[in-house]
Design a protein around this ligand. Structure first.
Ligand SMILES: [Fe+2]
Length: 370
């Protein structure tokens, strides 16, 4: 398992990390990829000002989920004067953009070439991740999800695991409720799927259990308005997300994420929302049909807690989604996603996947049709 060598975590983490970055990279070329909404935040402003004083700073705003075209365009922009450090400050999409870009610049190859031959991925720049949402776990994983055409594909290599992670809870303070909920569902998917995985180890089980414990104990607080500025609580969920990332980067996600990608294949949905839509009926189905997935019997305790926790949020999870029009195609897409499905401990037939998708459709209909 490759993991970041430095983790700055807690209140003031961004100031400590800024000082360290300026010390390490004075006079070097530093590229900061940042989401526009974060650029005005105090911690981000100070980071940019300090680096500009000490180093040759380039700043690139990043919007939307990374596509192969966007990554290649960025690589063309920065290949003449490649940075020695790439810093990603933003949500999972900004982090995934930085990871893929670092691979393209280091390997001098296009993102599509690297998707087809990940063993060729090299990285020459240092890579630092400052996540501003708690959900993707991208700051510790060896994967960058890229859209190519209509398909999402995973660029997977230990070479793109960041060297440094900065978890500062102040970045989470103004996260809207919907984003907070969807990113939490994404973390929950990472943790529970890693714990189901046939590739789980004692270490990944430990990380997954820590993450699930934080979620089941404190998610109600995390989703309530009166705790919006509780920095200790925000920090707890940054850690939940990072630990779920540590679990799934080795054990792998499986059926929930495979279903989520099949949903996105037929309608535009954010990653967290699609994971949430797939997660709840999948857990309920496994609880109802224990004979289909006998190996998950020991997870009953988590399943019950998660179903109870998310029951009041179901309406928000399915609100605004459209029913899956082609269930057969979605079941096949899920079944064929062997990168993910190969981690699941039991064989799930296309018929079982069709039943899961039908159950997702029933929930969408319940929550969107008046
Ligand atoms: Fe995810």
């Amino acid at each position: 398992m490759t993991s970041p060598r430095n983790v700055f975590r807690g209140v003031g983490a961004i100031s400590a990390a800024t000082e360290e970055i300026c010390k390490r990279h004075a006079g070097e070329r530093v590229l900061v990829l940042i989401s526009s909404v974060m650029r005005a935040r105090r911690g981000a402003r100070l980071l940019l000002e300090e680096i500009a004083r000490e180093s040759d700073l380039a700043v690139q705003e990043v919007e939307g989920e990374p596509t192969t075209e966007r990554i290649d365009a960025l690589a063309r922009t920065f290949c003449e004067q490649p940075p020695s450090v790439i810093i990603a400050l933003g949500g999972g999409s900004v982090l995934d953009t930085a990871k893929a870009l670092s691979g393209c610049l280091g390997s001098q190859a296009s993102s599509l070439e690297l998707l087809d031959a990940p063993e060729a991925i090299r990285r020459t720049a240092m890579l630092y991740a400052i996540p501003t949402t708690a959900g993707s776990g991208s700051e510790v994983t060896n994967i960058s999800i890229l859209t190519h055409g209509t398909r999402k594909r995973g660029l997977v290599s230990d070479a793109i695991v960041p060297d440094m992670v900065v978890l500062d809870p102040s970045f989470l303070q103004e996260t809207p409720l919907a984003l907070r909920l969807y990113t939490l569902l994404d973390t929950t998917g990472h943790a529970i799927e890693a714990s189901w995985s046939k590739d789980a180890t004692d270490v990944t089980d430990m990380y997954a259990a820590d993450s699930l414990g934080r979620i089941t104990h404190r998610a109600e607080e995390y989703l309530s308005y009166d705790q919006w500025n509780n920095l200790e609580l925000l920090c707890c969920f940054q850690t939940a997300s990072m630990h779920a990332g540590c679990a799934f980067t080795v054990a792998g996600c499986n059926v929930v994420h495979a279903l989520a990608y099949a949903l996105v294949d037929q309608q535009p949905l954010s990653h967290g929302k699609s994971v949430g839509m797939a997660l709840l009926p999948t857990i309920a189905f496994f609880e109802e049909h224990r004979k289909i997935v006998p190996s998950l019997a020991s997870h009953q305790r988590w399943h019950e807690k998660l179903l109870r926790l998310y029951a009041p949020w179901e309406h928000r999870v399915y609100q605004g989604a459209k029913p899956v029009l082609d269930i057969d195609r979605a079941a096949r897409t899920t079944f064929d996603n062997q990168r993910l499905m190969s981690h699941f401990p039991d064989e799930l037939s296309e018929d079982v996947l069709r039943r899961l998708l039908t159950s997702i459709n029933e929930r969408i209909t319940t929550h969107t049709v008046k």
